[in-house]
Design a protein around this ligand. Structure first.
Ligand code: SF4
Length: 258
């Protein structure tokens, strides 16, 4: 087993990443390169320097941690999980990029009775993915595009493996939440809504969450000295997705904007 994983944040008292009060573990490293990524500092699997605008100096993002170190940190908040029905959510980056470590961590958390969730795009070998989801109570599964070529254009990888793993999750796991990040000029047209609706109907998916594009990551690109394609593109609001949502609803897919 990989003894340590590169983690770039452990966020406590989160109330947006699953039920109750949660600790979110952000894994560093992702095999995708979504050009809208709001956590560009999460993409490389190793620590890297980033400009800290508050301290006005470079700081290192990412630190290698053992399972025991993470569990010890997480368990400090056990009373809050118990009281609120919360737990731990693994996020990233893409947690499956360090799957072996993540599975060990999930096993330890489950031994201690902690509710486990993850946010994933499902890009991993099928056997690894199936083992991973056995140790989760809840899966947030992001689908970026219904068309494989367009998926590759936006993220650098095709979508076949991702959709295969989504099918496996839907048939093998009782709690899968399918989410779609809606990105201007990429997957936000009514044609796109119809494409997604057809895909989801074919897969038997009856509800999805839409994640409107935001600009929370805009400044990070300059702090990392990287180009950002969506500079100055206005963020989307709930009402901007009314047409998109109507297409889903008319395809009998329940739809919530987050
Ligand atoms: S999958 Fe997520 S973390 Fe990876 S590049 Fe895309 S948006 Fe960023």
């Amino acid at each position: 087993m990989t003894k340590k994983a590169c983690i770039f944040n452990i966020q406590k008292f989160s109330i947006h990443d699953g039920p109750g009060i949660r600790t979110v573990i952000f894994f560093k490293g992702c095999p995708l390169r979504c050009y809208w990524c709001s956590n560009p500092e999460s993409q490389l699997r190793t620590p890297e320097e980033m400009w800290d605008n508050q301290k006005k100096k470079n700081t290192v993002v990412g630190e290698f941690k053992t399972v025991d170190e993470i569990v010890a940190e997480v368990m400090k908040d056990e009373p809050f999980y118990e009281e609120s029905g919360g737990g731990v959510t693994l996020s990233g980056g893409e947690v499956l990029y360090q799957a072996e470590f993540a599975i060990e961590l999930l096993k330890e958390l489950q031994k201690k009775g902690i509710h486990t969730a993850c946010e994933t795009t499902g890009f991993a070998k099928k056997e690894i993915f199936q083992e991973f989801i056995k140790h989760l109570d809840l899966i947030f599964f992001d689908v970026k595009h219904y068309d494989s070529k367009r998926h590759r254009d936006g993220t650098g990888v095709p979508n076949e493996l991702i959709l295969d793993n989504l099918k496996a999750a839907l048939s093998e796991h009782p709690n899968v939440v399918v989410r779609v990040p809606i990105i201007p000029f990429y997957n936000d047209s009514l044609e796109d809504a119809k494409g997604f609706a057809k895909l989801f109907n074919d897969m038997g998916i009856t509800s999805v969450e839409l994640l409107p594009f935001h600009q929370f990551g805009e400044k990070k690109y300059s702090y990392l000295n990287r180009d950002y394609k969506l500079q100055d593109i206005p963020q989307l609001h709930t009402e901007d997705l009314d047409g998109f949502r109507d297409v889903f609803l008319s395809s009998t897919i329940d739809c919530k904007v987050q």
